[in-house]
Every structure is written in structure tokens, then in C-alpha cells.
Write a protein that binds this ligand. Structure first.
Ligand SMILES: NC(=O)c1ccc[n+]([C@@H]2O[C@H](COP(=O)([O-])OP(=O)(O)OC[C@H]3O[C@@H](n4cnc5c(N)ncnc54)[C@H](O)[C@@H]3O)[C@@H](O)[C@H]2O)c1
Length: 260
């Protein structure tokens, strides 16, 4: 990455109060960017803004990406801090698990609203502002291997992540004439420090399908996001970058088929 290219870059990160979003915020701030760190939970957004270390700056913003009105307010507040938006990172998402036969309407709607409607609303608002200001900006959405690989209990999550990938590809086409890049980073299993949240058998089985042999780090997702927003990725748009230690390549858990 070229020296200093993110200095004073104006960035909005959603879901910035935890895990991967916090790491993306920290990475941009380390490179000198100014980041609006948006989270549904005000204290988390504020904590991220307080703990990330410069030379850039971070501003915590409490807000819900699911509704048009609150997205307008988030963007207004971000513009108040940043003056303009040059990069949007759609990172916020939820991932409950439930078989379709037992799925309450509310859970389906919550996942689609957070993981798909939210990125749509945020991308539209940020892109309108970029186009109006003649800003050749970047939009990066954080998907998941679930965009291409089905998993029981994750009908809503898989559908939302496949949806955000297609939303990004269409946006890449529509915004190319304005010089706006739109891409996706698709993480594999990332260690966000909440091992207790996941069924251990599920995690161990997933680990067996990672050729690299370990979980990913949030900072490794951040590196991919920064790459896609850098000059080195000038000719990359409408792309999905799998950052998953090879797990998305196929069925690594299978043995060689030759021999007895
Ligand atoms: N952790 C993993 O292993 C993993 C794997 C693949 C993909 N991902 C994706 O990476 C992204 C981040 O995952 P994570 O594990 O860091 O998540 P996380 O749950 O640790 O953090 C998500 C943050 O988003 C916020 N958020 C939730 N709903 C919101 C809303 N409506 N408006 C604003 N903020 C909201 C939450 O408050 C939380 O702070 C997600 O898109 C997720 O699908 C994560």
C-alpha cells in the first residue's frame, strides 16, 4: 500500500463497536484516516472511538442501519464529524441460528433487515453523497462464506449474505461511471473472542475444513478491506475477496480418493 494514502481519508464503518468492525476502524485510524464508528449500541461505538490509536481519528456514532430515517441521521452525524464520506464499510450483521421449520417471522426479518436492507440503505445514502460531491469513493461490504455455501440453521443469514454480494455487484456496475469502487470481503471463521457463543463441535468441524489450519484474525479482514480501498486495487470492482484460509475453496476435510 502506498505510503500515506489513507491520511485524512473519511471513512464510515458500521458495526464498529465489536469484533471485525472494531479491527477495521483501528486499521484505518492507524493509517491516518478519520473514521465514523457506527454501532447500534452507543457504548460500544464510544469504546471503539476511545481505544483506537492514531495518527487518524475516530468518532463514535450510535445508530441503527435498519431504517431509512436512522440511516439519514447516521450519515448526517458522520458528515458533521468528517465533512465528506469517501469510504463506506458495511460490516454490521447479526447471525442467529434456527431451522426453517422453527423460524419465527421476526428472526427472519431481523436478519434480512440488518444484513441486507442495512447495507442497501447505507450504500445508497453514502453513494448519493459521493456522487453529489464528485468523490471517487469506495464501498466495501463484509459478507461471509455463507454467501456461497449453505449451512443448516442459517437460511436467513445465507440468503442475506448472497443478497449483499449481488447488491454489491449491481452497485459496482451502476456506480462505475462515477468512479466509485464497490467490492466485498468474505471472511471465513474469524476469532472475535467469543468462543463460548458457538457449539464446540460446530467450530471443530469448521476448523477441519480450513487448509490454513487456524481461525482468521479480525486484523486480517481489516487488511483486505484496506487493500480494496487502496490504489493497488484501482482495477478491482464488483469482486468478492474470500479471506478464509482456503476454506471456501472446497471440501478440505475429504481425504485423497486414490488407494484403498
Ligand atoms: N466472526 C466471524 O467468524 C465472521 C465470519 C464470517 C463473516 N462475518 C461477518 O463479519 C461481520 C462482523 O462480524 P463480527 O463477528 O465482528 O460481529 P459482532 O457481532 O462481533 O459485531 C457486530 C456489531 O454490529 C452491531 N450491529 C448489529 N446490528 C446493528 C444495526 N442494526 N445497526 C448498527 N450496528 C449493528 C452490533 O452491535 C455489534 O457491535 C458481519 O458482517 C459478519 O456477518 C463474521
Amino acid at each position: 500500500m502506498s505510503e500515506g494514502e489513507f491520511a485524512a481519508r473519511r471513512v464510515v464503518v458500521t458495526g464498529a463497536g465489536a469484533g471485525i468492525g472494531r479491527a477495521i476502524t483501528a486499521a484505518f485510524v492507524r493509517e491516518g484516516a478519520w473514521v465514523a464508528a457506527v454501532d447500534l449500541v452507543a457504548e460500544r461505538a464510544a469504546e471503539t472511538a476511545a481505544i483506537v490509536e492514531g495518527p487518524g481519528r475516530a468518532f463514535g456514532i450510535a445508530g441503527d442501519i435498519r431504517a431509512s430515517r436512522s440511516v439519514d441521521r447516521i450519515v448526517e452525524e458522520a458528515l458533521g464529524h468528517l465533512g465528506r464520506i469517501e469510504v463506506l464499510v458495511n460490516n454490521a450483521a447479526i447471525y442467529p441460528n434456527c431451522p426453517v421449520l422453527e423460524m419465527p417471522d421476526e428472526q427472519w426479518d431481523a436478519v434480512i433487515e440488518t444484513n441486507l436492507r442495512g447495507p442497501f440503505l447505507m450504500s445508497r445514502a453514502a453513494a448519493r453523497q459521493m456522487v453529489a460531491g464528485g468523490i471517487r469513493g469506495h464501498i466495501v461490504s463484509v459478507a461471509s462464506g455463507a454467501y456461497k455455501s449453505a449451512r443448516r440453521g442459517a437460511s436467513h443469514y445465507c440468503a442475506s449474505k448472497a443478497g449483499v454480494v449481488m447488491l454489491s455487484k449491481v452497485l459496482a456496475q451502476e456506480l462505475a461511471e462515477h468512479g466509485i469502487h464497490v467490492n466485498v470481503v468474505s471472511p471465513g471463521l474469524i476469532d472475535v473472542g467469543r468462543r463460548g457463543d458457538v457449539n464446540p463441535t460446530y467450530r471443530e468441524t469448521l476448523l477441519r475444513n480450513i487448509p490454513w489450519g487456524r481461525m482468521g484474525r479480525p486484523s486480517e479482514i481489516a487488511d483486505a478491506v484496506l487493500f480494496l480501498c487502496s490504489r493497488r486495487a484501482e482495477y478491482v470492482t464488483g469482486a468478492v475477496l474470500d479471506v478464509d484460509g482456503g476454506s471456501g475453496a472446497g471440501r478440505f476435510f475429504l481425504p485423497y480418493s486414490r488407494g484403498a
